[in-house]
Each structure stands twice: as C-alpha cells, then as structure tokens.
Design a protein around this ligand. Sequence first.
Ligand code: GLC
Length: 749
Amino acid sequence: MLKRLLPILIAVALVGCKNQQLKQTEVGSGKFAVNKQVEAKVDSLLSLMTLEEKIGQLNQLSGNGEVTGPISFPAEYMEALRKGLVGSMLNINGAAYTYKVQKVAVEESRLHIPLIFGYDVIHGYKTIFPIPLGEAASWDMEAIEKSARVAAIEASAAGQHWTFAPMVDIARDPRWGRVMEGAGEDPFFGSAVARARVKGFQGSKLSDTSSIAACAKHFVAYGAAQAGRDYNTVDISERTLYEVYLPPFKSALDAGVVTFMSSFNELNGIPVTGNKAMVNDLLKEKWGFNGFVDSDWGSIREMIYHGYAANEYEAGYLAMSSGVDMDLEGRIYLAQLKKLVEDGRITVEQLDEAVRRILRVKFELGLFDNPYKGCDSIREKELLLNPRHLEIAREVTRKSLVLLKNENVLPLSRNIRSIAVVGPLADNQDELIGTWSGRGEGKHVVSVLSGIREKLPNGNIYYAKGCEIVGENKAGFDEAINAARKADAVVVVVGESAMMSGEALSRAFLDLPGVQKDLVMELNALHKPLVVVVMNGRPLTIEWMDKAVPAILEAWLPGTMGGLAIADVLFGDYNPSGKLPMSFPRNVGQIPIFYYQKSTGRPPRQEERYTSKYIDSPVSPLYPFGYGLSYTTFEYSNLSISSPSIKMDETLKVSVDVRNSGKYDGEEVVQLYVRDMVGSVTRPIRELKGFKKIFIKSGESARVEFSLTSNDLAFYNQNMEYIAEPGDFMLFIGGNSDASLGLGFRLEE
Ligand code: GLC
C-alpha cells in the first residue's frame, strides 16, 4: 500500500506543506467552505503545474464502460493520463478498473495528481431504488437521504468519488422524459429533496470512505424545455427562473454540494454553459459557490449548434469565461485553452481559478491522501447488493407507492383462494430498474409475480402476460382473460418500458403504450376485484382507467425490490403513504399543468362561458400534486393559528388535529399551503410552505404544528427584490394541494 502512495507523498511534500490531517468539510452544515490548509496545498501544487497540466485538470473523459452521451472521439486515453492531460474520468466502473486507471494517472504522470472518478449514480449504484420521481413520492426526507447514503456506500466501494446527482430540475411538463430523474413540480418540495440527497451522497465528511461528491444538475431551468422536448429552448421570465427553477439549486448549495453541472439548454437566448450571468455572477459570486462546475456531455461544443459560438475556439472561450470549470467529454478545453491563454482571451488567473476549484474538491475528498480510495474489491464484494441495502430499498420503495384509487379491493387477503397476475410488466425484471440505473441488473430485480408468490407460497396464482408493452398484438388476451376468470382477484401490471422515460426520451402522447388499455378494459369487464399496478417514469393520462377500474396503485419504476414492496402494499403488510410530486393531467392538452397556478382575471368556472377554461376538458388535473390515498382515512379538524396577524419579525404558529378514523394504522403527509391574496405581483392560488409525514395509529389523533414567518411569505416584487408585503393571506392544510380546510391571517408592517 505504501508503495502505491509514495508518489503522492512526494507530490504533496513537493507542495511544501506537512501532510497533516485536514479539517474536513462538514457536509450539511452549510455551503461548501474554503479550508485554509487545503488552499495552501492547492497554491503550492498550482505553482508546480505547467500550462498543459493545468488544462489537463479541466478535461473529463468518458471511459468505455458504457457511454451516456454521443461519444465524440475514440476513448484511447492512457497516453493522456501519463501526460497529466486528464483531470477526471466517468463511466469507469469497479474497484479493479478504477485502480488500474488511477495507478497510471498517479504513478506514471509527472505530478501524480489523482483523477476524480464520476458516474451517474441517480437512484442507486447496484441496489437500485425507485426512480427519483418515485422516491420523491415518499415525501420522506429521511428515507430519501438513506437511499442516497446506500447509493454512496456502494458507489464508493466500486471506486467512484462523485455522482452526477441530485438532478434538481423542476418539471411541470410530463412529456419531458427526464421528469423521472427529479422531484417533480414544486420548488419548496424540490428544495427539501435536494437537501436530503446531497446529505445522503456526501455523508458527514467528504473524505470518509463512503462519501462521494454530489452534483446539483442541470443548472439551470433544463426542465422548462418548450413542449417537453428534451434539450429544447427555454424561455421563461426572470421571476419564474428565481421563484421556480433556482430554489432547489440554492438548497443544494446550502446543503454543501461541491459540484454543479451546467445544462444543455439555452436560457432566454443564452446557452447556460456559456452564460456568465448565471454561472459566474450568480452561482459563484453572488451565492458564493466554492466547488467546481462541470459542463454537461459536450455542452461546450453544442454552443456551436445553438448558433451561439462560431467555432470550438469561441465555444471554449465562452464556457471558460462564464465559469464552467470542467469540460465533460467535449475535449474543447484540451484543444483550445492553450491558444486562448496565449492569445490573452483567457487569463492565467481564470485558468488557475478553475484548476483551483477542482483540486480543492479532490483534496477535500481525501484523494491526495489516498488516491485509491474505494479501490477495494473485497469491500466492493461485501457491500454491493448486501442484504441490509436490499432491505432499505424495500422500505423506501414501499413508501414511494401511491394509492390512486381503491374501491374496497385492497388490501387483498392472504387467505385468498386464487389470484391472477397478468400484464406485460407482471413478470418483468429488466424494465423495473428504469433508466439511469447505474450498474443495476434486471436479474437481481424481484418481479411483481415473484413478490406475490412470496406472499402466497401455497396460493393458486395464475400468470399470463396478455400482451407486450408496445405493439398491436392481442393474441395473448385470451390467456389473460382465462387466468382472470379462474381467479378470485386480478392484479394487472401495465405501464411504460424503462426506455420510455429518461434522457432524450420525451413523449408526445401519455397514454399506456400498445394495447395495454384494451387488456385492462377486457379484464375489468369480468367485474372481479381488480387492481391495476401502473409502472411509469412520468404522469400518464389514465382518466379512462380512473373511471373504469376499482383500484389503482402507482408504482413508478420501482427498482430492485419493486415486486416485494408492491406485494407488501397489495396484501396490507404496509399501508400505502405516497403522495404525488407531480400533477397527473387528464390529457396532454392541459400541459403544462401544476397546482400553483395563478388566479387570472377570469378564474376558471366550467359552467361560465367567459372564464379561463377549456370547452372540451376540465381544468383540474386527474390527480393533484400531493395526492395519495391510504387504507385508512385521516380527518383534519381544529385548525388554529397563534394570532390573527403577525408583524414582519414575528412567527405564526399553525396547528391542526389529524385523526386516523379508519381501521388501519398509517402515515399521512400533512401539507401546509399559503395564498397571498393581493401582491404587487400576482401570486399563485396556493404555494406549499410546509409538510410533515406522521404515523398515526388507528383511532388515534395527532396535533401537527407548523411555523410561518414573513420570509416564508416573501416573493420577488416588480423590482425583483425578495420581500414580503403586508396584507391578507389564506392558509390551507390537508392531505393534498386541493386541501379545503383553511384560515385567514394578516401580515402587518
Ligand atoms: C448526460 C446527462 C447528464 C449526465 C452526463 C454524464 O448527457 O445530461 O445528466 O450526468 O451526461 O453521463
């Protein structure tokens, strides 16, 4: 071991500092802070670096493990490593492989600067959790943090130092394929999820063996792509940018995230990867971000295709001068920065600042103390898919499931004589891990059929696929119908394939693909107890299903333990508690659809002609943001506030009784919404300002409390000042964004 580290010790000694243990960044305790000892080491190392070696640190190449974008050049990179021309690699997987590559970079280069290995650990590394939109549906920040922690433990055991997550893009358009990757439509909620995920990935100390650097992406407003078409133009108001799309990034920053990723999209005419106002001026200067900014895959070059850069030289200039520190698989910095510096377009100080930020993160990760951090095949073998991780995945997955409808079908009885389990996703494993599934493998996934078999080891279970996910072939219908005829109850598992959501996977239609709808309707026509389990990477237009079938369980793409978690809910071993993080539209025509709409001058009234509505569809979503049922019922009462008004510097205490009036113990997500009745800028009819997930035993009650201050009521006024204005407010509390239990209060000067 010492032999391997000897070059590092020499390099570090060269920088003229003792190799004492550094005071490490305490993550989660606030913004990533600069550490004087680290800065001294960075300064010394910088002073030894040639121009080429500095540029090398900004160069990030993809390995040939697998690619996650259009590979621009063949991945021959060992020579570049030896010359110190690579600062980071992505898609290099496994303790052995990362060790092999790191050894070349560290032991065969002049200054032995370690690589930082990055990978898309989006919802698990080997143990795959529900897609992030599904996990968000748990509304359980502890569970979400725990999931990221497990992902970090497994990824770090496989040699990864850095994940390109959390994706914190707010999304109001389910046509966009990447809604699966985020936390849905609300900035307050998305900010809470961002914080939980950063803390889970980065742990308590970045240098800990199981900590990996997190990455807030895609900065910024990538989810506002016009028409839900990935990579498409984003043109939004400054106020919408600040009130909707920026907050989760600020939350990630305040949680200590050490990297950001600039997005592909243009923002109001300027591609973000070349947008100095956003990256340098706001993120780095105004917000004080001390980590580094990575481009997205080739997004520097893509400024040429945007029509914003004339050529690679200009693209490199625009990105560098905007504050993008690292070039993800673009090789523009490698090819152009030397000339840009020699031409004086980019100063040595600008170059040094980018290198400094990257070296700072590498030092904080402990990579100079141990560049082989994580390259431990024994630990890798012990930790990947280990039983405790699988159990945690089952717990998190259960919490992610959302009961959308239940007319006395669920929970099913374990004594049921026979059950039909049908549909193209009923006995499927590969689709259940979704996209961005890291090193997850379908063969480790528990299918729904297997999960049900585990619940009914002696039950009569009749399985039939019925049809494929796509295609018009109905030849399998008879078998499915016959299976259902024989059974006392029917579980139909339908939805999207993994490759129907994710990057570059937008959909113009949001129906169940293929002939799955016909299969569900024919089974439903048997009038048996029937539940549809829907697996999807985004909200779907399933109003027909809601009208027709008696029970619907939203399962998202549930990951490795999906089948067991779903069976736990179907048979009542877990009372579903999930709530939707995104509105479900009735039809594509309603999109973009989200709960915090503005009132307009003619608020929608279906029965009145001249109001803001459709003549061929309701305005309301099929299921609103925050919606989800339980096997029990929760009743809200005794809503009270500490005072009818508060001053700017006072706190309003809000409390409400929540009673479990049903026969099952269960969890409820109590949500607090606020409306500012009159503002110098119009305000949404509702805004989420608090939520608490609580467990209440059947027949018992809980008193739930929230606090509101003037800062919670602030918004960007006509001058874009973030201020609260005196006036009348309404607050609403309940189990979804349509909550009707409300009270008024005033905010005084
Ligand atoms: C992809 C994605 C980004 C990902 C990166 C590396 O194109 O946009 O989210 O982290 O490239 O795989």
